[in-house]
Design a protein around this ligand. Sequence first.
Ligand SMILES: [Zn+2]
Length: 268
Amino acid sequence: MTKRDGDTLSRFYGTRLRSAQSWLAAAAKASGDFLIPPVCVACNIQVADHDMLCPQCWREINFIRPPLCDRLGWPMPFDIGGTIISAAAAADPPVYDRARAVARFDGVMRRLIRDLKFHDQHHARRLFGRWMHVAGAELITDAEVIVPVPLARMRLVWRRFNQSAVLAAEVSRLSGIPFRPLALVRNQRTRPQPGLTRAERQRNVHGAFAVPKPSLPEIVGRAVLLVDDVVTTGATAAACARALKSAGARRVDVLALALVVDQSMVPV
Ligand SMILES: [Zn+2]
């Protein structure tokens, strides 16, 4: 057999091998799909691939798109060119530097977050991570460390996982920015925030967070990306940002899956 014949044969079998490998991969995927058919992460109807929404649920998510208030991340009605600061942010600037979120906290998004928080619906985490990676692109560019909003220890024991840490880990995996789940702790028991007024929320979480001494080197002088599931009044994000900044963080940006926009503060 000449060298040329040998090359031809190895090319032939190489092609065969590659096509057999791709056939096996397709077969493995098909059998996996047969065992667990891909379903919409919100309504469970069958869809084309895993970690997806069906078109109907997709349409019912109010994705937040630019132009945005640079500080609060709220969608603004007009692009005036340059950096936009909403009236709400100008009147009462947040402790954190910038916030961004994937969508408004309503409809399908509200249900998805409730499922993530209380029903172990972790199959949606990859989809959420991809969305947050896009919505937080500007913040991720500047971030040096990713820190989740912590749960109180007793609540963590009861719920078994911290949904903000689940989201933060996904953003870290996609961006390659280090994930530091223990850099911020909740050092006192707080009441759940839902049902409280804005002032009550602020009082409830005031002084509740701290950076433990061993974590200081991860925070001092760093640009921190704080990850939460929902930013409602911003009281929790502000209390966390205050703790991080008083520990020496250079800046604190907030990335959330959903955001409550006070429509009365957005000019139309
Ligand atoms: Zn659906």
